[in-house]
Design a protein around this ligand. Structure first.
Ligand code: NAD
Ligand code: WQD
Length: 346
């Protein structure tokens, strides 16, 4: 299959490109590199022995996308490109709506023009909103997000629903990711945030590698067994493989009759606390992670995890890697690449 991967140089995108190439798909990556490095593409080539065709460009450039879809004879698109920092989205809402919503509309226009109607969209558990009961199930209604990033994902899911309602030819998977962590087992690709990490795992690994003195655990007084927040962490390689399962499912649509919009949770179905993460990380890596309990972070929910049954029954997908695997692989990436994709200062 000829697959266009927008945002394919980023964290989840790069891991997905590896899996696609290893499954013998022809891959075109379109990325503006605003939050990624071209070195990731070199590393993908080292892992797989194959190259994705790379185009440096922006998803808001509809003419470019249309041309790429036609020239590369694309059959399906996986759309990762977008901005993802929750706190930054509160400061820069227009940038978030522009990249995430306008960018998605631009892609949908280009796909319509080129006659490509199979799409896998990177959605998020955040679409359930703060009031949904756990575990989250796909048949729950979309919630009310508490930040522009979350709103942008809800808006795009709504746009996709309307599009599929208007035109039965589309097959669209909205994959609602829980908390992806870890890295490819080669240690060649991984998460490489710019500046101070917002997310837990990059912060933990940067403390362990000596780039930061200690971890601040945001809140120790939640109504959870150890007082820290609970999330559903899944290995990024399991997550990447979920995209191949979704593509396979979309490919079952017969000509003219698409599957419409289908939402699937990609999580393990298991909750893990922040303290569990720190302790398990210390056990599997033998590295200390100094921490202190800090005030709660605005907007954090105490606990949520996936009901992962639908992806298992409909996609035949389930996460197979353990928390130990995730943390060991995250550490291998960080310890082999202390400065991420940047070469170490001499
Ligand atoms: P990432 O920032 O590592 O990757 C996103 C990629 O998109 C980057 O390479 C960036 O350069 C590119 N990009 C951004 N805006 C672009 C634009 N306008 N045109 C072209 N390229 C653009 O993020 P990620 O963690 O790999 O996330 C991928 C997708 O998954 C995002 O849509 C994100 O919202 C979603 N998601 C991520 C998580 C998570 O925890 N990482 C959870 C749920 C959903
Ligand atoms: C996990 C836990 C923090 C950093 C975010 C987005 C969500 C999705 C995934 C895209 C929380 C705690 C964190 C730190 C800490 N992204 N923590 N100290 O908030 O569950 O989800 O990323 O869709 O939309 O909101 O992930 O990794 O930021 O936090 O104690 O320095 O770790 O409070 O309990 P989160 P996270």
């Amino acid at each position: 299959m000829n697959v266009l991967v927008t945002g394919g140089a980023g964290y989840i995108g790069a891991h997905t490109v590896v899996e696609l190439l290893q499954a013998d798909h022809q891959v075109t990556v379109l990325d503006n590199l605003c939050n990624s490095s071209p070195i990731a593409l070199e590393r993908i080539a080292r892992i797989t022995g194959q190259r994705a065709h790379f185009i440096e460009g922006d998803v808001r450039d509809t003419a470019l996308l249309t041309q790429v879809l036609q020239e590369r004879q694309v059959n399906a698109v996986i759309h990762f490109a977008g901005l993802k920092a929750v706190g930054e989205s509160v400061q820069k809402p227009i940038a978030y709506y522009d990249n995430n919503v306008t960018g998605s509309i631009s892609l949908l226009k280009a796909m319509t023009a080129a006659g490509v109607r199979q799409l896998v969209f990177s959605s998020s558990a955040t679409v359930y909103g703060p009031l949904a009961p756990v575990p989250y199930r796909e048949d729950m209604p979309l919630g009310q997000a508490s930040n522009p990033y979350g709103s942008s994902k809800i808006m795009v899911e709504q746009i996709l629903a309307d599009l599929c309602h208007a035109d039965a030819g589309w097959s669209v998977a909205a994959l609602r990711y829980f908390n992806p962590i870890g890295a490819h087992e080669s240690g060649l690709i991984g998460e490489d945030p710019q500046g101070i990490p917002n997310n837990l795992l990059p912060f933990v690994t940067q403390v362990a590698v000596g780039r930061r003195p200690e971890l601040a655990i945001f809140g120790g007084d939640y109504d959870t067994p150890d007082g820290t927040c609970i999330r559903d962490y899944l290995h990024v390689v399991d997550l990447a493989r979920g995209h191949l399962s979704a593509l396979q499912k979309l490919g079952q649509a017969t000509a003219g009759t698409g599957l419409g919009l289908k939402a699937w949770n990609l999580g393990t179905g298991q909750g893990t606390s922040v303290l569990d993460i720190v302790r398990t990380f210390e056990t599997v890596t033998s590295r200390p992670v100094p921490y202190r309990i800090a005030p709660r972070r605005a907007g954090d929910l105490a606990a949520f995890w996936a009901d992962a049954a639908l992806a298992a029954s409909e996609l035949g997908w389930q996460a197979t890697r353990t928390l130990e695997d995730m943390l060991r692989d995250a550490w291998r990436w960080q310890s082999k690449n202390p400065q991420g994709y940047q070469p170490e200062a001499s």
